[in-house]
Design a protein around this ligand. Structure first.
Ligand code: CP
Length: 338
């Protein structure tokens, strides 16, 4: 019997060749300028959220609708239950169903599955394996789209890259400063990992500033460094925010959890209490070269960045959020379009 073709997944941007990545960004920009063809008549997207979302859920649902398709949204907290990702275990714990079975069943109802898993948050070594999203990809018979796992947020990076292209033109040689920002409940490093991946592949000159103890994932940094060298860009890390921002065209702020104290909330909180000054204000922005400000949101006003920066002419945060709609239409068109 002939084997069924493997579906095309989007788990991280590494799933796209460089010419595809460029094509998806070009299509996103074209859709924003001229609108999208109704590529999804009769198509259904199943969206499963194991944790909350404002932008991803709404922009995806609107994108599917505007392309002529239909989206079904399921929240683990209210609509279903915990799912087991591990293979071969005796399922006598909290999860009454395995992802293997849920993925097989849902694949017979919908044309693609978009998943936002909830990393357990106890061990980075474990969470960085992204077992949840990878189990969906292994067992689904339809494309699986990652809506932010522990390691990657490819949809945010597509919108961010589109936003930088829109604002700066060609990205090769442009200077991107990524600065850690203080927040009481920092996120995973997924947004920054995917942003690094994309910016490095487009040959940007990137400086990442963070306090000691907030190193990003080692394997992701090695990949980004190699991609940056291949593309003729540069990637540096520093604990000096002013050094990172000086001469930058874009300042991108994000708060991410310490991977050093991942799973130890007491040590993590104590470490974080020493980083309260890590906020972006006009004084810092002025060190850039007419720099734009970016953040994936949600953002803590006057903690991660001042109102003056967020509401001022340098801010691209609303443009980034809007671009989620256009770039996700491009993703759906390329993965599912008729
Ligand atoms: N940036 C982002 O993914 O936003 P949500 O968490 O609101 O989806």
């Amino acid at each position: 019997m002939a084997q069924a073709a493997q579906p095309r997944h989007l788990i991280h941007l590494g799933d796209l060749e460089q010419d595809e990545l460029r094509d998806w960004i070009d299509l996103s920009l074209s859709i924003k300028r001229s609108g999208a063809a109704p590529a999804l008549p009769g198509r259904t997207l199943g969206m499963l959220f194991f944790r909350g979302s404002l932008r991803t859920r709404t922009s995806f649902e609107a994108a599917v609708h505007q392309l002529g398709g239909h989206a079904i949204n399921l929240n683990a907290a209210s609509d279903f239950w915990e799912l087991e990702a591990r293979e071969g275990v005796v399922m006598d714990g909290r999860a009454p169903e395995h992802i293997r079975d849920a993925a097989a069943v849902l694949s017979s109802y919908v044309d693609a599955l978009a998943i936002r898993p909830a990393p357990a948050g106890h061990s980075w070594e474990l969470d960085r394996r992204d077992e949840g999203i990878n189990a969906w990809a292994a067992h689904a018979r339809v494309p699986v789209i990652n809506m932010e796992s522990a390691l990657w947020h490819p949809l945010q990076a597509l919108a961010d890259t589109m936003t930088m292209r829109e604002s700066l033109g060609e990205l090769a040689g442009k200077r991107l400063a990524i600065t850690w920002s203080h927040a009481p409940e920092p996120s995973s490093p997924a947004v920054v990992h995917s942003l690094l991946d994309a910016a490095a592949r487009f040959g940007m000159h990137i400086k990442v500033a963070h306090p000691p103890g907030y190193d990003l994932d080692g394997e992701v940094m090695r990949r980004a460094k190699a991609a940056s060298e291949r593309a003729g860009g540069a990637l540096e890390f520093t604990s000096d925010r002013e050094d990172a921002v000086r001469g930058a065209h874009v300042v991108y702020a994000r708060s991410w959890r310490s991977l050093e104290h991942y799973g130890n909330s007491t040590l993590a909180a104590s470490q974080r209490s020493r980083t309260i000054g890590w906020s972006v204000d006009e004084q810092l922005m002025k060190l850039g070269e007419d720099a734009k400000f970016m953040h994936a949101m949600p953002i803590r006003r006057n903690l991660e960045a001042t109102d003056e920066v967020l509401d001022g002419p340098r801010s691209l945060i609303l443009c980034q959020a809007e671009n989620r709609l256009h770039s996700q239409k491009a993703v759906l068109t390329r993965l599912l379009g008729r």
